[in-house]
Structures are given as structure tokens and as C-alpha cells.
Design a protein around this ligand. Structure first.
Ligand code: HEM
Length: 404
């Protein structure tokens, strides 16, 4: 037991038990980040920090929330908002966090697409990222059910109806998922369990996996340059820092991350205190009523693009289109046939593809919020078809791309 001799400091005590000095050494001298990256590479840590804030605020909300169809609405809108000290603050943080986290996820995803960070060697980083996207979507959707307002109820109804299988008539599946013919106590209970336990656990596991996938290929850089990390790390350690192409994760890169996070959290708390209403749908301030369908049912902004892919088509093709839209991004590393790892601006037609996809998804998002009538439904249909045309075109245009 010589290993566990009397320790002279907390650090030494921890080092004997969990090897804290090894962790520090790895982060300071063995985990390298390219120099040539911009603030967009801080989005991953911004996401991790926002998830942390969602967990903490969620724990406070959980102390007063009642997962019961008779009590849920009042426990949120009355008890937490007006009776519990600072309950409103935790709710605003949680609501704003849930919305903003998707904005950052989309920025993080499109940064990866723009710089080709999903290509050879980095496929698993991308796939684990997409897994996180799906899990965050499930987490957001299940959370949206909990206040048991009109939009919770009717969005729950519409989304679970998707499992009716169209003309395949998956009889009983929708009822099995809901635990009843319509959303009720069983439905709220299971979505509550998913939101506070199963999904957060799965997300934590997926984040660990995502970080693990970054270790060997290392993060990409602004030019897609293939860096010899060992050589650059050696130069850094020898003090030739100007010649080295990398910096240690801690404290050098971390200090940059912390700076970007500081700016982000100033904006975040500005929204929490002054503009939280953007993250809360006014219709959801009416209690759930199974006898009164809202005139217009739509999901939160981050699901609108995929909702608009479902809506313009008849039931069966709509369901297939929706299903494909959910998984197509997973396939990106395999559909992009070009060997070039470079920013889109240097990749000819791919640059056009990138901006067309981004604009198309923004158009789909706007159309998803508007009623499906007249010119809006035509624009929605064209944008939905464009989405698929773009994905079909991807392997072709990338195959034709010249090697840089
Ligand atoms: C939602 C939780 C997520 C967290 C906490 C997270 C965290 C991180 C972190 C810390 C990094 C390294 C630094 C950086 O490039 O920002 C990273 C890189 C990366 N992430 Fe995520 N990520 C998340 C979701 C996603 C999603 C949804 C995708 C896309 C499908 C994704 C794809 C990537 C890619 C491709 C990289 C590598 C970037 C490069 O090599 O330059 N991540 N992530």
C-alpha cells in the first residue's frame, strides 16, 4: 500500500486515487489542437456548457414539477413561475437554453460540413455528432410535452400519429406508444421519464463517445491541412512554438474556448432576462384540451425544416420523405465522394451545394411556420423537393470534383 502514503496536498491525495496529474498532463502535453482554427471551433465546448446549464436548471425545475395531467400545467405556469423563489429564472434559463442549443448545434454541424470535418478518418466524429442531434431532438420533444399546454398536447398527438404507418396501417402502434387512445396520463408519465432520465443518460454517453472519436483523428482546421501532430508537438515541447502548427488543449486552447463562451453567455443571459418569450409559444400558455384543436399546429423552430418536408406531400410519400430526412445527414461522410478535405469555398460545385442546402433549410424553416396555403405551400413543396435533389446530386458532384 506504499502507493497510498500520507498525502501533503489535496492534489497529491487525488493523484494517488484517480491519477489527477496524469489527466492534467494529457490535457497539457498530449492533447493537441491545430493553431489554424477560428471561433467556430469553440462551438463544441459551448454546446457542452449549454447542456450543463440545461441539466442544472432542469434539476431545479424537477423539484416542483408534477408529472400529472391534472397538475402539470399549474405546477409550471403557476407554482414555478410565481410561487417558487427564482423559479421563473430557472424556467427562462431552461426554455432559452433548449432553443439556443439547437442554434449552436446547427452552427456546429454546418461548420463541420463547410470544412469537410466528417471526411476520411473523421466519419465517427460525424456519426456520433448526428447521434447527439437525434438524442437532443428526442430530449427537446419530450420536454415540450411536460407543461401540458395546448401545443404540448397537439404536437404530441401529431407526432405520435406519424407512427400510424400511413396506408400500411400499423394498427395499435400509436396506441401502444401513447399508452391510450389519445395523449393522457400514461403518455405524460413516459415522456416525463424519457426527458428526465433516459435521454439525459443517453446524451451523456453520446457526448463521451463523441469526445472519444475526436482523440485519434484530432480536430480538423480551416485549410483542411493534414498536420503531423507528433512532429508539431515535439517542436512545441522544444520551445519552437512559432514553428509548431499545434497548441496544447489546456490551458492555451481552453482559454480561447472560455473567451468565446464568455461572449456567448452574455448574449444568452440577455435573452434569458429580456427576450425569453421567443422560446415560449403563446399557444402553450393555454392548458391542454383534447376537445379544442388549435387552428394551426407547428413544432418549435428547430424542427420546422423537417416538418415542412413531411407536410407538402400526401401521407405515404410524406412519411417516407420525413424518414429519409431524419437519417440522410448520417450518410454525409459516405455520400461525399471527393477526397478533398478543404473549406467549401475551394471546392467548386460543393461550395454551391453547401450554400444551396443551407438556404433551402432556412426556407423550409420559414415555410414550416406558415399555414400550408396558396403560394406558401408551393414554395414549401419546391423547397422540399430541392432538399432531395441536393442530396441525390451530392455523390455525383463530389465524384466529379478535381483533386486539390
Ligand atoms: C450536441 C452536443 C455536441 C457536443 C457537446 C459536441 C462537442 C464537440 C466538441 C467539444 C468538439 C471539438 C471542438 C469543436 O470542433 O468544436 C466537436 C467536434 C466535432 N463535432 Fe461535435 N458536439 C455536439 C454535437 C455535434 C453534432 C450534432 C455534430 C454533427 C452531426 C457534430 C459534429 C462534429 C464534428 C464533425 C467535429 C469535428 C470538427 C473538426 O474536426 O474540426 N457534433 N464536437
Amino acid at each position: 500500500m506504499a502507493h497510498f502514503e500520507k498525502a501533503n496536498s489535496i492534489n497529491e491525495w487525488l493523484d494517488q486515487r484517480i491519477g489527477i496529474n496524469t489527466i492534467k498532463r494529457v490535457m497539457q502535453t498530449e492533447y493537441w489542437i491545430p493553431k489554424n482554427i477560428n471561433f467556430l471551433w469553440a462551438m463544441g465546448m459551448v454546446l457542452a456548457a449549454t447542456f450543463g446549464l440545461l441539466l442544472v436548471s432542469g434539476i431545479f425545475l424537477l423539484m416542483y414539477y408534477q408529472p400529472n395531467t391534472e397538475l402539470a400545467f399549474d405546477s409550471v405556469n403557476y407554482t414555478i413561475m410565481t410561487e417558487v423563489g427564482y423559479g421563473w429564472l430557472w424556467r427562462h434559463i431552461h426554455g432559452v437554453g433548449a432553443s439556443v442549443v439547437f442554434l449552436v448545434i446547427y452552427i456546429h454541424m454546418f461548420t463541420g460540413i463547410y470544412y469537410g470535418s466528417y471526411k476520411r478518418g473523421r466519419e465517427l466524429i460525424w456519426i456520433s455528432g448526428m447521434l447527439l442531434f437525434v438524442l437532443f431532438s428526442a430530449e427537446a420533444f419530450s420536454g415540450y410535452m411536460l407543461p401540458w399546454g395546448q401545443m404540448s398536447y397537439w404536437a404530441g398527438m401529431v407526432i405520435t400519429n406519424l407512427f400510424s404507418g400511413g396506408s400500411l396501417h400499423a394498427d395499435g402502434l400509436v396506441e401502444w406508444i401513447r399508452g391510450d387512445y389519445v395523449p393522457g396520463q400514461a403518455f405524460l408519465g413516459r415522456f416525463f421519464m424519457l426527458h428526465v432520465l433516459l435521454m439525459p443518460l443517453a446524451i451523456i454517453g453520446a457526448i463521451v463517445f463523441h469526445f472519444g472519436t475526436l482523440r485519434i483523428p484530432h480536430v480538423n482546421n480551416q485549410d483542411g491541412e493534414e498536420i503531423d501532430f507528433e512532429e508539431s508537438a515535439r517542436l512545441w515541447k522544444e520551445g519552437k512554438r512559432a514553428e509548431s502548427k499545434v497548441i496544447p488543449f489546456s490551458p492555451v486552447f481552453l482559454s480561447k474556448d472560455v473567451f468565446v463562451m464568455g461572449v456567448y453567455f452574455i448574449l444568452f443571459f440577455y435573452l434569458v432576462f429580456y427576450h425569453f418569450e421567443f422560446a415560449m409559444d403563446p399557444v402553450n400558455f393555454d392548458p391542454a384540451n383534447g376537445l379544442k384543436t388549435p387552428t394551426h399546429i407547428y413544432p418549435e423552430w428547430y424542427f420546422l425544416w423537417s416538418y415542412e418536408i413531411l407536410r407538402p406531400f400526401p401521407t405515404d410519400p410524406g412519411l417516407v420523405a420525413f424518414g429519409i430526412a431524419q437519417v440522410i445527414f448520417f450518410l454525409l461522410p459516405f455520400l461525399d465522394r471527393s477526397p478533398n478535405v478543404a473549406p467549401a469555398s475551394r471546392r467548386g460545385l460543393f461550395n454551391f451545394w453547401f450554400w444551396a442546402l443551407l438556404i433551402d433549410m432556412i426556407v423550409l424553416t420559414f415555410m414550416g411556420k406558415l399555414p400550408p396555403e396558396g403560394i406558401w405551400s408551393t414554395i414549401g413543396l419546391v423547397a422540399a423537393i430541392t432538399f432531395f435533389v441536393l442530396w441525390i446530386a451530392l455523390p455525383i458532384i463530389t465524384k466529379l470534383e478535381k483533386k486539390l
